[in-house]
Design a protein around this ligand. Structure first.
Ligand SMILES: Cc1ncc(COP(=O)(O)O)c(C=O)c1O
Length: 395
């Protein structure tokens, strides 16, 4: 019999994909130049030259087995060593290669982290607004996901609500900073307070509450933004990183899980990851990609366009009457919608060929997400449409 659970997922709408598909269809009618699609988080800048150069060099110089053979369960040793070294240099931490597990993007790192430090039926707490895929990610690991309501004035953590929800049923806390969809980066003050609460509650519960830190946007942080390296503040941290956004390689499926060396059970966590891979059929990223990031893990694409886009769009939206917490990074913005029903608002925008995503799917109604990872010229062309939309509400 065909699986009932996955079949039931078919009836859940994939709103982002639907909007994207609609915009593709509409483009055939009105022309792509008249569609303003801000629905998808696909990086708009190319990978740095060093990525392509390294791939070509490796294909030319390495033997077939090194290039295309199976990689060890935890990843290729050189890649794990290069990543540990790069993190230590950048953030003053003390990772050993043994603390790094190579994974298939942030999604793969999260799939392992969820299973490594939780057991079926455990509760994971996260914070609104949050990435919509956390729901299937945790459901697939038989975990209960609970979402702490947002502090909509800052999109930092709503600590009152968090402390109320941090019951003994909670085994781990999931954060995402810089954040999709708000673009907000948790400040040092926020991370310190979070760490203090987790430390106190771990002592009270007599076991560690693990912090799973989802960081695919860690390298997209704008000038002047306070951006602490989270694992330095709380020892029981599992950091999930991806090269999808920093190196513009989302289709190559490469990332890693880094376990703080001081984390309780650190050795076991990494030791069981290959066993988790066996159960979910996710046996390591491609050897070619692991060998590539071995050499370029300290590089990034030219990410400056995202900051430029943010400035143009943010300034313009405020001047048209929108309100929005200013993003400190990523390529997302999360303004308040101009009517309480953000679905209705996004439908209205769609009529003007402006593709926006309702905040409800991120656990935060009354807002909408703009993915501004598009060429700057597209942002400039879309401004009059945002203005016209605001004028309809703010007459
Ligand atoms: C917050 C967040 N976490 C995880 C992922 C998954 O990243 P990857 O494509 O590298 O697996 C994404 C992708 O957009 C994301 O936005």
């Amino acid at each position: 019999m065909i699986n009932k659970y996955y079949t039931s997922m078919l009836s859940e709408k994939d709103i982002i994909f639907e909007i994207f598909q609609y915009s593709q269809e509409k483009a055939k009618i009105v022309g792509a130049e008249n569609i303003y699609d801000f629905s998808l988080g696909n990086p708009s800048v190319p990978a740095p030259q060093s990525v392509n150069d390294t791939i070509i060099k490796n294909i030319r110089d390495l033997d077939a087995l090194s290039l295309h053979g199976y990689s060890p369960g935890m990843g290729i040793p050189e890649a794990r060593a290069a990543i540990a070294k790069s993190l230590n240099q950048k953030y003053g931490c003390h990772y050993q290669p043994e603390n790094i597990f190579m994974a298939i993007g942030a999604a793969g790192a999260l799939a392992h982290a969820f299973r490594a430090v939780n057991n079926p039926g455990d509760e994971v707490l996260t914070f609104a607004p949050c990435f919509s895929e956390y729901k299937p990610y945790t459901a697939g690991a038989s975990l209960k996901l609970s979402i702490v309501p947002a502090d909509v004035d800052s999109f930092q953590i709503n600590f009152d609500a968090f402390e109320q929800m941090l019951t003994p049923a909670v085994t781990s806390v999931l954060i995402n900073s810089p954040n999709n969809p708000s673009g907000i980066v948790y400040s040092t003050g926020t991370i310190r307070r979070l760490a203090d609460i987790l430390t106190a509650k771990s002592a009270e519960f007599g076991r560690p509450i693990y912090l799973i830190s989802d960081e695919p946007y860690r390298d997209i942080v704008f000038t002047g933004t306070d951006s602490p390296y989270i694992a330095n503040f709380y020892k029981n941290t599992l950091t999930c990183y991806s090269f999808s956004k920093s190196l513009s390689l989302p289709g190559e499926r490469i990332g890693y899980l880094a376990v703080n060396p001081e984390c309780e059970g650190a050795e076991n966590i990494i030791a069981i990851c290959p066993q988790i891979s066996r159960t979910i059929g996710q046996n390591g990223p491609a050897s070619l990609m692991q060998r590539t990031v071995t050499e370029v893990c300290g590089d990034t694409s030219d990410l400056s366009v995202y900051e430029e886009n943010k400035k143009i769009l943010y300034d313009a939206l405020l001047s048209y009457g929108y309100s929005c917490v200013e993003p400190g990074g990523t390529f997302y913005m999360f303004p308040r919608s101009l009517e309480p029903d953000s679905y209705a608002f996004c439908e209205k925008a769609k009529e003007k060929n402006l593709m926006l995503v309702p905040g409800d799917i991120f656990g935060c109604p009354g807002h909408f997400r703009i993915a501004y990872c598009v060429p700057t010229e597209r942002i400039k062309k879309a401004l009059p449409v945002f203005k016209e939309l605001a004028a309809e509400y703010l007459k």
